[in-house]
Structure formats: C-alpha cells, structure tokens
Design a protein around this ligand. Structure first.
Ligand code: FDA
Length: 277
C-alpha cells in the first residue's frame, strides 16, 4: 500500500519515478523522507542524500527540485546546525540552478521556519521558499510578510493536528481561507505553488484565473505522488504548470500515516488488500 504514495526506497528509485512523471510534462519535487532526527550524524546523512539528489537532477537534466523538513536536518536539537546544513543545500541548489522548498511542519516550528527561509533567501534570492498552511489563523499575515520579500510560497491546507486557538477546526473554514489566500498569491507577482487535490477548489481557481487574466506562468499546481493522477494529467494537458511531490526512502511511515489519516477510504483500501493476502 505504501508503494501507492512512496516512490521507492533509494535515490535511484526516486529518479526513475521522476523521469516517468516528467515524460507527462509534469515537474517534480523530490523528498527524501525523514523527520525528527536526534543526532548530528543523522542530520548530516539526510543532507548528504539531498546533495546527491541535487547533483543527479542536474546531471540527468530532470525537471525537478527538492523539498525537505527542518526536523530532518537537526532543528529539534540544534537550530544553528539545521540552518547551516540547509544553507549549504540552498547554495548547492543555486549553483546548479535548482530550488529548495522548506516544508512546513507543526505550529511550534512555523515562526522558526519562516525566519530561516527569510535569512537564506536574503543570501540566495530565488533558490529557497517555504510552505504556508491555510488552517492557521496567522497565515494571511505570513503570506504578506513573505510576498514583500519576493519569497516563493507553496500554499497547502495543513497536515498536522493543531489546537482551535490557532487553527480553523472546520474544513469549510480552511477551504474558504485556502481560496482567498490562493487568489492573493496568484495575483501577487511572486511565483507560487497551489498545493491541493481538492477539485472543487481547483475549479474555482480556474474560473478566477480566467476572469482575472492571471498568466499561466504566475503559478503551478502541486499534488502528491499517487494522488489524483487524473487531475494532474488533465491540468498539464491544459497547459498549466503541475508539479508532483515525490517522496521516497525507508523513513516512509509518518508520511504514509498522514496520507491515510486524510482519507478514510485509504484505510478501507489497505484493509481489503491486507485481508486478500
Ligand atoms: P482535502 O484533504 O480536502 O482533499 C480533497 C480531495 O483530495 C479528497 O476528497 C480526495 O479526493 C483527494 N485527497 C486528498 N488527500 C488524499 C489522500 N491522502 N489520498 C487520496 N486522496 C486524497 N502539509 C503540511 O502541513 N506541510 C507541507 O509542507 C505540505 N506540503 C505539501 C505539498 C504538496 C505538493 C501537497 C499536495 C500537499 C502538502 N501538504 C503539506 C499536505 C496538505 O496540507 C494536505 O494535508 C493534503 O494535501 C490534503 O489536502 P487537500 O488540499 O488535498 O484537500
């Protein structure tokens, strides 16, 4: 079942998946899965895999960049180490004409993630960006703050359990906030990633794009590997930028559990396959 959402165990598996996705005129962001490492050696090993990926993307001329999590680079126990490791990765990305997306984790890390992105962007303009989550009340302000500096934002709904004091508990409010934020980003002049599989939202945004003459080059849709491939292909065929987030590696478990939690149908599918075996 994890094979539906995770592209394999090795860098080679991920590059193979990337080539297949690229053949359909869809770009990729590669994620070597891992989070919450507890030693410097583990953090440096995570970074080594990312350096290898940046070189391989350039050598194979793939249409891909990379996404990483700060807790994978030591953020939980040594933020300065994490910043130095990610800084080196952003420098490497700049040298090979690529881009590092810093994924957004749970709310205790929101401010620190934004702050680090700002500092790294000041050094390597255009080669680093981060993610904002529509379920957080603070996101509209964060979006303005990043846009003022020209920092690229990926907008998602948010995948972590957050308290009602800081996040919308109701899906309908998250969805409304998502659409408002997406419209703001798409007309901001800063290239943005619209990360959702929510077809109703995608349709609404396509109407907005038509009515406001938003150029196709102003944004890209982003979706996860293995989810709504039909929608990914349809949007790419219509000439919209589409990027698929391709996760891989032995540390697939927390990522996989978040995907199951998002959709009860996935758990049913898993149970049926389990019973069949
Ligand atoms: P929603 O959950 O409302 O689902 C809408 C529809 O999409 C569903 O009805 C179903 O058809 C389909 N769908 C959604 N999830 C599915 C699943 N797991 N399996 C099958 N179908 C599914 N989050 C975060 O907190 N930090 C981050 O950095 C990122 N990064 C990120 C990158 C990219 C490219 C994407 C697409 C998403 C993220 N996310 C994320 C995850 C995001 O916050 C969110 O949890 C998921 O995208 C699910 O929300 P949707 O917008 O798809 O809508």
């Amino acid at each position: 079942m994890s094979g539906r959402f995770v592209a394999g165990m090795t860098v080679d598996d991920a590059l193979g998946a990337c080539e297949r996705v690229n053949r359909e005129s869809i770009a990729v962001t590669l994620d070597a899965l891992g989070e919450s490492v507890t030693t410097e050696a583990e953090a440096r090993e995570s970074a080594r895999v990312y350096h290898e990926m940046l070189d391989a993307i350039a050598a194979r001329k793939l249409n891909a960049n990379v996404s990483l999590k700060l807790t994978q680079m030591g953020m939980d126990f040594d933020p300065a180490l994490a910043e130095s490791i990610v800084g080196e990765l952003v420098e490497h990305a700049a040298a090979v004409g690529s881009f590092v997306r810093i994924d957004m984790e749970g709310s205790p890390l929101t401010e620190a993630t934004i702050g680090m992105t700002e500092r790294l962007h000041a050094r390597q303009n255009g080669h680093v960006g981060t993610v904002l989550q529509a379920y957080l009340f603070r996101t509209a302000n964060d979006a303005e703050r990043l846009l003022r500096q020209g920092i690229r934002i990926r907008l998602c709904k948010g995948a972590y359990k957050e308290p009602p004091e800081i996040a919308y508990p109701m899906k309908v409010d998250v969805d409304t906030n998502y659409v408002n934020l997406a419209e703001r980003l798409m007309t901001s002049g800063v290239y943005c990633g619209i990360a959702t599989h929510d077809e109703a939202i995608v349709e609404k945004l396509l109407v907005f794009v038509r009515e406001h003459n938003v150029p196709k080059g102003a944004f890209e849709f982003q979706m996860l590997y293995g989810i709504r491939r039909d929608l990914q292909r349809r949007l790419a065929k219509q000439g919209f930028g589409v990027r698929v987030y391709v996760p891989f590696g032995p540390e697939w478990y927390p990522y996989f559990m978040r995907r199951l939690a998002e959709r009860p149908a996935n758990v049913l599918f898993l149970m049926k396959n389990f019973l069949k075996n």
